[in-house]
Write a protein that binds this ligand. Sequence first.
Ligand SMILES: [Zn+2]
Length: 205
Amino acid sequence: MARTSHHQPRSPNPPLPRLHGERVERRTPPARDRVNIRLPRTAWLAVHDEAGRHGDIEVGGGLYGARDSGAIRVSEATTAVRNQRAASALLDNNAIVDRDRWYERNFPDRPSRRAGEIGTWHTHPSGGGEPSPSDLATWLSAYDAINAHRSLGHYLGIIATPTITENRDCEKVLTWAQPELHAWAVTRDDHGCAVYEPAILERTR
Ligand SMILES: [Zn+2]
């Protein structure tokens, strides 16, 4: 994302630039209070295959689904198609309505009429399942954009990372054979403050 230049007087310890001006504070609720995400095997495989195919290149896509009695049920995980569905393309929040329509058109058998975009996934090829400041800014702005159209409890961010294994020369290398999925949920609290927290990911059939 392009950064605008600022002409500020130099100080010994200049503050770090804030990506979108709003801090997303981390919360760590006890496990019983965390957001539950149900991820079907098909969605998990879509992420797994796409991550493995691209290796070192960061890839991503959309997560579609709906809230369902306490949990968020993912129906589909989409993947990048000529950059149209890439995580970077998802930065364009004006396209939220288009993306919901795209989902309705392409998944007429979606389980719920309320189903729509509920998050995104992307890879961190060099590892580390924590969201970056720009991940948080992206998720928060998607959360706000979707809420302008329909109520959304949380916006989900799933980060896929490779795991460490040993090759024949006993060197430690990263592999996508068994990727780890790290789930996060972004929302605004009662005061409108932006918060994010780890979520519980449950694989379903
Ligand atoms: Zn990231």
